[in-house]
Each structure stands twice: as structure tokens, then as C-alpha cells.
Write a protein that binds this ligand. Structure first.
Ligand code: NAD
Length: 501
């Protein structure tokens, strides 16, 4: 039995106020939580009510540089730490996150809005990166071989890339942090982590958990801040920084890549998506609807992997759309802490208004809202689960990330059309295919330009799989055996053969 299946993930250990009081509110620099150098702070809000949950220290550029000072000072001894020691810190962190699962889940629901059941799912997913990379730490193999001419030996080893800047988005507050921190720890890198301003509490609590697991001072530094560029600006110019790993929107990723070019930094970029969800006429339609619900509604649609365009073969489009709309229309919207809630609020008023503007434009262009189509009145930033039928292929909603609970359905006639429509995007992250014909699934997968493809599956993220995109969805992979390579550099040593042939 898997360890985290043994734990009961039902009753919160701490009440909301107790939990919020136990989250560190300072900056973590060199193993100490401290105030911001200018005394500045910022508030974190509950998107279900708009109320302030906590007030955190807001790091300045000087604090960011102090965090890099600490990371740089810790780098050499951390790189020399035995792999087994790093592996066991990660394993202890996995155990602690699992033990504190209810706290992490409640914290994410409070600051991000997702329903508790989903937040628990993220705790399991996020914790898995700690366990997976604890296992990978001791298996980062190099190689040793004889040159083809037989005169020399080739010795190849992996070394930590050095101090890293890790920047995470607001939508998966735990998993996006563990997906970067765990492989960096495994590889022997030190870090400066900048969580998203909207949801930093989970990362603060996670950083304390890493300290509790025995991570040495200075290895992980955390600089939550109301000014993202005030942190990244000075660090990307500092020659001690060796890498930036970013998860977030494509425009910000491009800006960071341009800045990172000045010092020729290693970069990992997990950027936006525009996932097609393709239903062929031979698919099991009930399974496709179930997969569509998962691929669309996980995180209220606020996921880079969210199905963004439903491409359905003409002969089954009406039946699929009717079933899908019925399932979407039956979902219960509410505050994530209410056990009956299936759909939480969007992250803020701007996000809700952007989603509504896309829906309004699609309807103006000829689409029909089969269910939903409007914001929900009252406090919080709720939007009705929405299915749009008859969306014209040139509608703006098909060309950009919706990041909300809205499913535009459009139709295709042939396999070639489906491939063409799927590839008509600058993004290439996740994609989903539904059909009974395995040869067809493989044939389509060969031709579509996406880093990840689900066959008859609406959720494909897994710590053991390489997560990442092509085209403007990014560079590099997180998770899998590829994940650790993002944090290592390769050194080749040529050795004169002591016994030449
Ligand atoms: P965002 O780009 O606005 O912010 C991401 C992070 O970058 C945050 O920490 C933010 O504070 C920081 N940031 C913003 N401007 C910055 C700047 N000028 N310099 C340095 N840092 C800056 O994205 P978001 O709204 O937080 O997240 C949503 C986006 O993230 C979506 O596009 C989504 O697709 C993407 N995403 C991608 C993945 C993936 O793995 N590919 C996963 C989750 C989210």
C-alpha cells in the first residue's frame, strides 16, 4: 500500500485561525524568518469572500540579493552533501507533508479557492514530487567508456547547476513549488523561491516543513513579495545565479528568458497552454464526458493543462454537447471549505471579468451558451460552469487560455481536420484524444505538436512523468527522470587510457 493511502485525510488538524497563525509571515533567508528590509507588507485574500487572510512581509530587491547571498554561501557544502542525505531529507519532507495534508489542503482552499477535495488531491500530487525525487537522488548516473579509437577513457559526471531562482504561479500553490524544489534538492542546488503574490501562504508553510525535515540553512530561501520584478530584476543580473525555473504565463516567461540571456542562464519554462480535447465518433461518449469534466473543471479551469477547445466529430457533437452541458450545469458552486462545493471562485475580480469578456465575445460571434454564461452574484469571484456550442473557429476564446470554467465546443469532419485545428495554436502543452481505435490515437499523437497527450484520459499529470510543452508552452520538463537533469550540468573528463589497445 502506498504510504499516503494509509493516512486518513479527513479531519482538519487545525482550525482556520490556528492554521493561519501557524504560517510564517516573514522572509526565509539563511534559515531565519525575518522582516522585509523596508518593513513593507502585503495582504493575502480569500477569493471566495474577498476578506484578508494574512499579511506577509514583502521582500525588496535588497532582500532578494540577501537571499542569493545565503544561497551562494550554502552552495558549495550543499553540493558536497552525500546523495543519500539529500534523498532522506526529501523523504522526510514527503512524510511531513503527508502528515500535514489537511493543513496544506485547507490553506490552499483558503488562499486559492479550490474545493477541499481538490486541494487534498493537490497535496497528494505535490507530495509525490518529494518522494519521486528522493528516489531519483541516488540514481543520477553518469557514464564511463572507452573512446572509439581505444586510446582514451571518457568519464561523464553530473554536477549541480548552482543557485537557482524558482518562480511559481498562483494556481497550484503546493505542487508548483515541490515540482521545482524537490529536483533542485536532489541535484544539490540551492534556491531562492518567489511564490505568487496571490497565494504565497502554502509555499511559506512548505518552506517551514522543509526546514523541519532537516534542510540546512540557506539551501532554500523564500522571498514572497508584492513586486515580482523587484525580485527577479537584480537576481537575473547577478552572476552568482546560474538558473531560473519559471512556471507562469507565456508573456512573463518571454521577458524572463530575455533577461536571463544577459548572463546565459540555464532556463526551464513551464508556460501557458491551449489544450485541444478531441472526441472522435468511435469514442465512448460517456467516458469522454467524464474525461471532459476532469480536463476542464480541475481547479475551476485555472490550469495550464485545462481543456480549452473541445473539438468533436460532427456526427456525435450534438449528443456529446448535451451530455457535457447537463453534467456542467449540475455542478455546485460555493466556498471551497463547504463539503458540498464542486466549483470554487476564480482567483480575483479581474480573472472573472476576463472570462466573461471571452464568453460575451464568443456569443456575439454566433456561439450559444447551452448552460451558464454569466458571473455569479454576491461576494467572491464566482463564474457559472459554462458550455458554448457552435463556436466559430476564429473566435478569440479558441485562441487563448480561458482560465475559467468555460468549455467552447466546435466540430470537425475528418481526422486531418482535427489535427489541423489542434495544431492551429502557438501553444503545445497538453492535449486529450478520445477514441476506441488505438492505431488512430497513435497516428494522431504522431502528428500533433504537444508535449503531452492523454489517450482516453482527462488527467495525465504524474510525478513520474515528464511534464512540459513545445512551441510557446515552454522549454524543459518537470518530473520523471528528466526532471533532475534540469538542475544538473554535465562535466566530461578525458582520461589517458592506462592500458591502451
Ligand atoms: P504569471 O505569469 O502572471 O505569474 C507567474 C509568476 O511570475 C508569479 O509568481 C508572478 O508573481 C511572477 N511574475 C509576474 N511578473 C513577473 C516579472 N515581470 N518578473 C518576474 N516574475 C514575475 O502567471 P499566473 O497568472 O501566476 O499563472 C497562470 C499562468 O501560468 C497561465 O498562463 C498558466 O498556463 C501558467 N501555468 C503553466 C504551468 C505549466 O506547467 N506549464 C503550470 C501552471 C500554470
Amino acid at each position: 500500500m502506498l504510504l499516503n493511502e494509509r493516512k486518513k485525510l479527513t479531519v482538519p488538524k487545525l482550525t482556520e485561525p490556528e492554521l493561519l497563525n501557524s504560517v510564517p509571515t516573514g522572509l526565509l533567508i539563511g534559515g531565519q524568518w525575518r522582516e522585509s528590509s523596508d518593513g513593507g507588507t502585503f495582504d493575502v485574500h480569500d477569493p471566495a469572500t474577498g476578506e484578508v487572510l494574512a499579511t506577509l512581509a514583502s521582500a525588496t530587491s535588497a532582500d532578494a540579493v540577501a537571499a542569493l547571498d545565503a544561497a551562494d554561501a550554502a552552495q558549495a557544502s550543499w553540493a558536497r552533501t552525500a546523495p543519500r542525505v539529500r534523498a532522506e531529507i526529501l523523504r522526510r519532507a514527503f512524510d511531513l507533508v503527508t502528515e500535514r495534508a489537511e493543513d496544506f489542503a485547507l490553506l490552499m482552499t483558503l488562499e486559492m479557492g479550490k474545493p477541499l477535495a481538490e486541494a487534498r488531491g493537490e497535496v497528494t500530487y505535490g507530495a509525490e514530487f518529494l518522494r519521486w525525487f528522493s528516489e531519483e537522488t541516488v540514481r543520477d548516473y553518469g557514464r564511463y567508456l572507452t573512446t572509439p579509437e581505444g586510446k582514451n577513457k571518457i568519464f561523464v559526471q553530473h554536477k549541480p547547476v548552482g543557485p537557482c531562482l524558482l518562480i511559481t504561479p498562483w494556481n497550484f500553490p503546493l505542487a508548483m513549488a515541490t515540482r521545482k524544489v524537490a529536483p533542485a534538492v536532489a541535484a544539490g542546488c540551492t534556491m531562492v523561491l518567489k511564490p505568487a503574490r496571490l497565494t504565497p501562504l502554502t509555499a511559506q508553510y512548505f518552506a517551514q516543513t522543509m526546514l523541519d525535515a532537516g534542510l540546512p540553512a540557506g539551501v532554500l530561501n523564500v522571498v514572497s513579495s508584492s513586486s515580482a520584478s523587484g525580485i527577479s530584476g537584480p537576481l537575473l543580473k547577478d552572476s552568482r545565479l546560474r538558473k531560473v525555473s519559471f512556471t507562469g504565463s507565456t508573456p512573463v516567461g518571454k521577458r524572463l528568458m530575455a533577461d536571463a540571456a544577459q548572463n546565459v542562464l540555464r532556463t526551464s519554462m513551464e508556460l501557458g497552454g491551449n489544450a485541444p480535447f478531441i472526441v472522435f465518433e468511435d469514442a465512448d461518449l460517456d467516458a469522454a464526458v467524464e474525461g471532459a469534466m476532469a480536463a476542464k473543471m480541475r481547479n475551476m479551469g485555472e490550469a495550464c493543462t485545462a481543456a480549452n477547445r473541445f473539438l468533436v466529430q460532427e456526427s456525435v457533437a450534438q449528443e456529446f454537447t448535451a451530455k457535457f452541458a447537463a453534467a456542467m450545469g449540475a455542478l455546485a458552486t460555493g466556498r471551497g471549505t463547504d463539503p458540498a462545493t464542486q466549483v470554487g471562485p476564480l482567483i480575483d475580480a479581474g480573472a472573472r471579468d476576463d472570462v466573461h469578456a471571452l464568453v460575451t465575445a464568443a456569443v456575439d460571434a454566433g456561439a450559444t451558451a447551452i448552460t451558464g454564461g454569466a458571473p455569479v452574484d454576491g461576494p467572491g469571484y464566482f463564474y457559472q460552469p459554462t458550455v458554448l456550442a457552435g463556436v466559430p473557429n476564429n473566435a478569440a476564446i479558441l485562441g487563448q487560455e480561458i482560465f475559467g470554467p468555460v468549455a467552447p465546443v466546435t466540430t470537425f469532419t475528418t481526422e486531418e481536420d482535427a489535427i489541423k485545428l489542434a495544431n492551429a495554436s502557438e501553444y503545445g502543452l497538453a492535449s486529450y484524444l478520445y477514441s476506441h481505435d488505438f492505431n488512430k490515437l497513435l497516428r494522431v499523437a504522431e502528428q500533433i505538436e504537444f508535449g503531452m497527450v492523454g489517450f482516453n484520459a482527462g488527467v495525465i499529470s504524474n510525478a513520474a512523468a515528464p511534464f512540459g510543452g513545445v512551441k510557446q508552452s515552454g522549454l524543459g520538463r518537470e518530473g520523471g527522470s528528466e526532471g533532475i537533469a534540469e538542475y544538473t550540468t554535465t562535466q566530461y573528463i578525458g582520461i589517458a587510457d592506462p592500458y591502451p589497445r
